[in-house]
Ligand binder design. Structure first.
Ligand SMILES: Cc1ncc(COP(=O)(O)O)c(C=O)c1O
Length: 414
């Protein structure tokens, strides 16, 4: 240990400041597989509690599905535990090529490249495909991984106001002369759960000869009538140049991700994408389990249909109970508190009532926009949702926030 007390104290002061502002993120320890209910230890070492999980990205309830687990076991038996290589040296198995082809078919694209995570995919893409004269125009609420990816690129960056198509048009007009233009958006926005206007974005892209990049991590597997994603929902299958997505949410929930899209772009990513060239290949277990997930999704829409019904029920019930929700049509249902300490306190009380739903606050969301982000899953049965609703109402009464508007809520917390 080389550094001085002064350096140590400087870090301790930062941590203390985070804590004093009510922004410290404590980890809850889950002691069983992911599901509609989980055993949780919080704080670490305390007695385990059985909770209804209202905050996972296990949208389709496939994270612990027996067929998915079996496929992962088979991968261990037939393709081993790991490849000890990046893809282009000796890390490409037949199953990696097979999964890439399966994803292209599922997403309706020309080709797909796998990454160890969607974060890596987003970090790779812009730097590899754009030059200094090109322009990246992104929605102001895109995911942190996209922001980091844009930071790594030489191309210039500008933003348009969240989902504001007039503003996007203005920016496209402003940058008409750039050799390459790319519009960058999330499909479903992860903090608000609202959906990008992909149909309008595609029209604008065609008018201005721009590329379209969509991060569909919170949509692949369940948005659209057969679960292809927001491009299916918006009638834009085959019209999106680049789709990034994760296997770490609806598609089994382990880890891994990909970029899928136009063939020449994917080819170039294989040559240039740094996290692809310099990071280890996707583990065989995840590769084969993700293919099993695709089998399940292609065989039936039962899971995405159940998820949609759960989402509608929860949104209606929570609004009627008097909570402030961010409007939307996705299974991300944010309950607004605005104040970080209130969101934290509410989450702790929910925990005591058997509900697992965590507070989100700065820097995960903007200052003054603290919330509890609830997320629905096809693993939830009505009985889970009814119990969770009863707990929310009980705690809502305790804090006297039901039926209050934003200004009234802010007064309580000042
Ligand atoms: C919109 C979005 N993109 C990318 C990611 C990163 O995905 P991964 O966990 O595969 O790195 C996330 C995860 O939180 C996300 O919400």
């Amino acid at each position: 240990m080389s550094y001085s007390d002064q350096t140590r104290l400087s870090y301790e002061a930062i941590l203390q400041d985070i804590e004093e502002k009510g922004l410290y993120k404590n980890e809850r320890i889950i002691c069983d597989p992911q599901g509609a209910e989980v055993k949780v230890e919080f704080p670490a070492g305390s007695e385990q509690k059985q909770l209804i999980n209202m905050c996972s990205n296990n949208y389709l309830g496939l994270s612990s599905h027996p067929e998915v687990i079996k496929a992962a076991h088979e991968a261990l038996d037939h393709r081993g535990y790991g490849l000890s290589s990046v893809r282009f040296i000796c890390g490409t198995q037949d199953i990696h090529k097979e999964l890439e082809a399966r994803l292209s078919t599922f997403l309706g694209t020309e080709d797909t490249i796998l990454f160890s995570s969607c974060f890596d995919a987003n970090a790779a893409v812009f730097e590899a495909l754009l030059d200094a004269d090109d322009i990246m125009i992104s929605d102001r609420l895109v995911h942190a991984s996209i922001i980091d990816g844009m930071r790594l690129a030489k191309a210039q960056h500008d933003t348009y106001k969240h989902s504001d198509m007039k503003h996007l048009r203005k920016k496209l007009e402003m940058y008409q002369d750039r050799p390459r233009k790319i519009i960058i958006t999330d499909g479903v926005f992860s903090m608000d759960g609202d959906i990008a206007k992909l149909d309008e974005i595609v029209q604008l892209a065609e008018e201005f000869d721009a590329m379209v990049f969509v991060d569909d991590s919170h949509a692949t597997g369940f948005m659209g009538k057969s679960g292809r994603g927001v491009h299916e929902l918006c009638g834009a299958i085959g019209k999106i140049d680049l789709i990034s997505t994760t296997f770490g949410k609806a598609l089994g929930g382990a880890s891994g991700g990909c970029i899928s899209g136009r063939k020449e772009l994917i080819d170039l990513l294989r040559q240039r994408a740094r996290p692809y060239l310099f990071s280890n290949t996707l583990a065989p277990t995840i590769t084969m389990a993700t293919m099993k997930v695709l089998d399940i999704l292609e065989a039936s829409t039962e899971r995405r249909d159940k998820l949609e019904n759960n989402m509608k029920w929860w949104r209606k019930a929570m609004a009627e109970a008097g909570f402030i929700l961010v409007e939307g049509d996705s299974p991300i249902v944010p309950i607004m508190f605005y104040d970080a300490k209130l969101a934290q306190a509410f989450s702790k009380d929910l925990y005591q009532e058997g509900v697992f739903a965590v507070g989100f606050f700065f820097p995960v969301v903007a200052q003054g926009q603290a919330r509890i982000r609830t997320q629905l899953s096809a693993a939830h049965d009505l009985e889970h949702l009814e119990r969770a609703l009863a707990a929310f109402i009980k705690i809502g009464k305790k804090h006297d926030i039901l039926g209050k508007n934003k200004e009234e809520l802010l007064k309580i917390t000042q």
